[in-house]
Design a protein around this ligand. Structure first.
Ligand code: NAP
Length: 484
C-alpha cells in the first residue's frame, strides 16, 4: 500500500464536511516509511471561527445539553459500541498515522477509547447535584450543568485516546466541543467525527478542525466564543495556552509533559520488575507522557539490574508496525527522531555509558530508533532532567530511601512515578512522598477511565478520567428557595 485516502478528510463543522476556507491542505506522513499517505484540510482562523460558531449555536439551541443525562449516556454508549465494531479500521488508521504497532493500537488505543466513552456514559446517567441542609428556612440544592463550548487541543502521541479522554466527559456533561488534533496525526479525529455523528450526536455538538498549532490552535485558544480550554501537550505550549486562558479568564485543564522516575528497591522481584521497566520506557516508542524514562536503582542490585537490561532490551522486537509481533514502531515523525538523537549525543558528550542501543535502526526509510539504556550519568545531565520523549532509559543508583525520593522529585515534572518493592509499608510510604499525579507499585501504565491521572508541578493541573474529569466540564449552580 503506497497511498491512503481518508474519506472525506476535510474539516467537520456543524455536522458538514468542508474544505478550509482558503482551500489549504496539509500532508500526513506514514512514519514507518517516511512517505506522504494523504492530505487533510488545514484550517485557518476563519474555519476555527466557523467551528466555534457552530458549537455555540448547538450549545445555545440545547440540542445536546437539553437532553437528559440518560439520553446523552445512551448515545455515548452507542459511540463505544461503534468503536468496538470498527476497531480494525480505527486501529489501522492510528497505526498508519502515528507509527504505533498495530497490536498496541488495537489493545490499548481502540480498547481504551471505547472504555472511555462507556465509562463517561455511565457517569452521565447519574450526573446530579445535591440537597444541602442549612439553618435557613429554605430548600437549598445544587445542580451541575455544562460549561458551554469546550476547545479540546490534543498532542500527536495518543490521538484517539487523548481525544476520547476530553470529548467523552465533555459530552457526558452536555458541552459542545471544537477539537483540534495535532497536525502530524489528525486521522482518527476525523474518523471519530463521522462515527460520533453516526452514533447520534447532533450536528454542531462536535466539530473537528485539522490544522497547525500556531494558526488553528492559537485561533481556537483566543476565540471569545470558547468557554473552557482542555489542553494536552508539551509544558512549553501549555504554559502559553494557560497564559492566554488567564488573559481571557477561561477555565483550563492542562495535561503537560512528564519525565517519570521508576524506583527499584533491593527487596523488589527483579525478574518481574524488568518487564515493567521495559514497558515503562518503550511503550508507544517512548512517546508516552507517563512513561518511566528515569530508572533509580538501589545500589546493591544496580549492577545486576543493568546486566539484565543489557541482555533483555536488545531483544525487544522493533520494526514494521503492521507486523503483529512488533512491540516498538518508529517515532511518529522525523523531528522526534532527531530530538532523541540529539539527547543521546549530549549524554555521550557528557561521558555517559551507552549500555545498549544509542542509534537509529535503518528500516524502510522509517523513523526508527533502537531502545536505548544509558548509565553513569550525573543527575543534572539534560537527558535526565528534560523530557526526551523517545525509547531512552537512564539508570542511576541510590543508597537510601530518602535519596531515591529526592532524586525522583528532582525534575520540574510530576506526572507519574513507579515503585518496585516487596515491602508493603515502603510501597505506601514512598508513594506518598513522590510528587506525581499517579504512582504505580510493582507495574507500570495501569490505566483505567475510573482512575484519575494528571500532573503536579510543570506537568500541569486538572485531572483526566474519573468523576474528577467529568466535574471539570461542569459548573455548579446553587438554588435556594425560601420556604417563608
Ligand atoms: P505540543 O507541541 O505542545 O502540541 C500539543 C497541541 O498543541 C497540538 O495540537 C499542537 O498543534 C497545539 N499547539 C501548538 N502550538 C499551539 C498554539 N500556539 N496554540 C494552540 N495550540 C497549539 O505537544 P506534542 O509534541 O504534540 O505532544 C507531546 C507532548 O505532550 C509531550 O510533552 C508529552 O508529555 C505531552 N503529553 C502529555 C499528556 C498528559 O496527559 N499529561 C499526554 C500526552 C502527551 P500542532 O501539532 O499542530 O503543533
Amino acid at each position: 500500500m503506497t497511498t491512503f485516502e481518508i474519506d472525506p478528510g476535510r474539516l467537520f463543522i456543524g455536522g458538514q464536511w468542508r474544505e478550509a476556507a482558503d482551500g489549504a491542505r496539509t500532508e500526513v506522513v506514514d512514519p514507518s516509511r517516511g512517505v506522504v499517505v494523504t492530505t487533510v484540510a488545514e484550517a485557518g482562523a476563519a474555519d476555527v471561527d466557523a467551528a466555534v460558531r457552530a458549537a455555540r449555536e448547538a450549545a445555545d439551541a440545547g440540542s445536546w445539553s437539553g437532553l437528559s443525562g440518560r439520553e446523552r449516556g445512551r448515545i455515548l454508549l452507542r459511540v463505544a459500541e461503534l468503536i468496538r465494531a470498527e476497531a480494525d479500521e480505527i486501529a489501522r488508521l492510528e497505526s498508519l498515522d502515528v507509527g504505533k504497532p498495530i497490536t498496541l493500537a488495537h489493545a490499548v488505543d481502540v480498547t481504551n477509547a471505547a472504555n472511555d466513552y462507556e465509562y463517561f456514559a455511565s457517569l452521565a446517567f447519574s450526573l446530579d447535584g445535591a440537597h444541602r441542609d442549612t439553618p435557613m428556612n429554605a430548600h437549598a440544592y445544587t445542580k451541575r450543568g455544562p460549561i458551554g463550548v469546550v476547545a479540546a487541543i490534543t498532542p500527536f502521541n495518543f490521538p484517539l485516546i487523548l481525544a476520547g479522554s476530553k470529548l467523552a466527559p465533555a459530552l457526558a456533561a452536555g458541552n459542545t466541543v471544537v477539537h483540534k488534533p495535532a497536525d502530524e496525526t489528525p486521522l482518527s479525529a476525523l474518523y471519530m467525527a463521522g462515527l460520533l455523528q453516526r452514533a447520534g450526536v447532533p450536528d454542531g455538538v462536535v466539530n473537528v478542525v485539522t490544522g497547525s498549532g500556531p494558526v488553528a490552535g492559537e485561533a481556537l485558544l483566543r476565540h471569545p466564543g470558547v468557554d473552557k480550554i482542555a489542553f494536552t501537550g508539551s509544558t512549553a505550549i501549555g504554559r502559553h495556552a494557560a497564559s492566554v486562558a488567564g488573559e481571557n479568564l477561561k477555565p483550563v485543564t492542562m495535561e503537560l509533559g512528564g519525565n517519570a522516575a521508576h524506583l527499584v528497591f533491593e527487596d523488589a522481584d527483579l525478574e518481574k520488575a524488568v518487564g515493567a521497566i521495559i514497558k515503562g520506557f518503550v511503550f508507544n516508542t517512548g512517546q508516552f507522557c507517563m512513561g518511566g524514562p528515569r530508572l533509580l536503582v538501589a545500589r546493591p542490585v544496580y549492577s545486576t539490574l543493568l546486566n539484565i537490561l543489557a541482555d533483555a532490551v536488545p531483544g525487544v522486537p522493533v520494526g514494521d508496525p503492521r507486523q503483529v509481533e512488533t512491540v516498538v514502531g518508529p517515532m511518529a515523525g522525523e523531528k522526534h527522531l532527531r530530538k532523541v538523537e540529539e539527547y543521546v549525543d549530549i549524554a555521550r558528550k557528557e561521558g555517559a555509558r551507552i549500555v545498549c542501543g544509542g542509534e537509529r535502526l535503518d528500516l524502510d526509510g522509517g523513523y526508527y530508533y533502537k531502545p536505548t539504556v544509558i548509565a553513569d550519568l550525573a543527575n543534572d545531565s539534560r537527558v535526565v532532567q528534560e523530557e526526551v520523549f523517545g525509547p531512552v532509559l537512564t539508570v542511576q543508583p541510590f543508597d537510601t530511601e530518602d535519596e531515591a525520593v529526592a532524586l525522583a522529585n528532582s525534575t520540574p515534572y510530576g506526572l507519574a512515578a513507579g515503585v518496585q518493592t516487596g515491602n508493603l509499608a515502603r510501597a505506601h510510604r514512598v508513594a506518598d512522598r513522590l510528587q506525581a499525579g499517579i504512582v504505580w507499585v510493582n507495574d507500570w501504565a495501569m490505566l483505567d477511565p475510573a482512575v484519575p491521572f494528571g500532573g503536579v508541578k510543570d506537568s500541569g493541573f486538572g485531572r483526566e478520567y474519573g468523576p474528577e474529569a467529568l466535574h471539570s466540564y461542569t459548573q455548579v449552580k446553587s438554588v435556594v428557595v425560601s420556604l417563608d
